[in-house]
Write a protein that binds this ligand. Sequence first.
Ligand SMILES: Nc1ncnc2c1ncn2[C@@H]1O[C@H](COP(=O)(O)OP(=O)(O)OP(=O)(O)O)[C@@H](O)[C@H]1O
Length: 259
Amino acid sequence: MTANIQTHEPHEDYAQRDKGDVILRAEKLERRFGGLVAVADFSFEMHKGEILGLIGPNGAGKSTTFNVVSGFYRPSGGRLWFCGEEITGKSALQISRMGLVRTFQHDSLLAEMTVEDNILVATSHQLRSHADRMARVRETAGLTGLSDYLHEKAGNLPHGRQRMLSIAIALATRPTLLCLDEPLTGLQGQEVKTALDLFEMIRSELGISILLVEHNMRAVMRICDRILVLNYGRLLAEGKPEEVSRNEAVIEAYLGKQK
Ligand SMILES: Nc1ncnc2c1ncn2[C@@H]1O[C@H](COP(=O)(O)OP(=O)(O)OP(=O)(O)O)[C@@H](O)[C@H]1O
């Protein structure tokens, strides 16, 4: 893994700086599907302002963790807290209204509706006045590079713009925690760089923390402050990118899968 993974400039140490400022806490999280244990004994904390990576080989339990944290699946065991409030067993809608919002691996856009309307719908429960909602739409479109596409049908956008629209929809409510599920899939060179710059900006300008599941290791190593590694549903390692990329067990888990 060290051969094709590079770490870049040192990250500001958000995890250390905000030690007392936990926004997400999982304690012994577990999710079973019949006899299959997809996630087991998974405990972690996430701090305000962090960009936290969740990586692992195919089938490691990353998406299941996302689904449990965001309320789309009920945990089979363990407990979860968001901003100090227990969210174990709460619905996806309740959790998203508390400010924990996720995107999906496959874009969930309203393809026949315009970009503007897709973003507008996301603001509807939060902002009452149409003027406020339109201002939020324009601001969000500006952040995500979609200002020139507001009147296009979402389904007509190129793939990279559709991915940005998924993020714009999640961002429109200005969540506290944004969970991104493989947001870079299908993006090419400059598009990846633009997306990573956007994630940095979301954190630094809007103060939104990011939990990132992503297979693009180079990108994960560049952007994350800290990384959790899952293997067979269990926490295999955690640490800063440079620590994780040198971890023998992590290297073995990835290389073992490639044989
Ligand atoms: N709805 C489900 N029903 C039954 N088994 C499931 C379900 N969702 C996930 N699994 C199983 O749980 C395990 C973990 O899957 P999960 O999708 O969470 O892994 P992942 O790390 O996200 O994988 P990938 O990187 O391929 O997306 C796998 O064995 C998978 O087959």
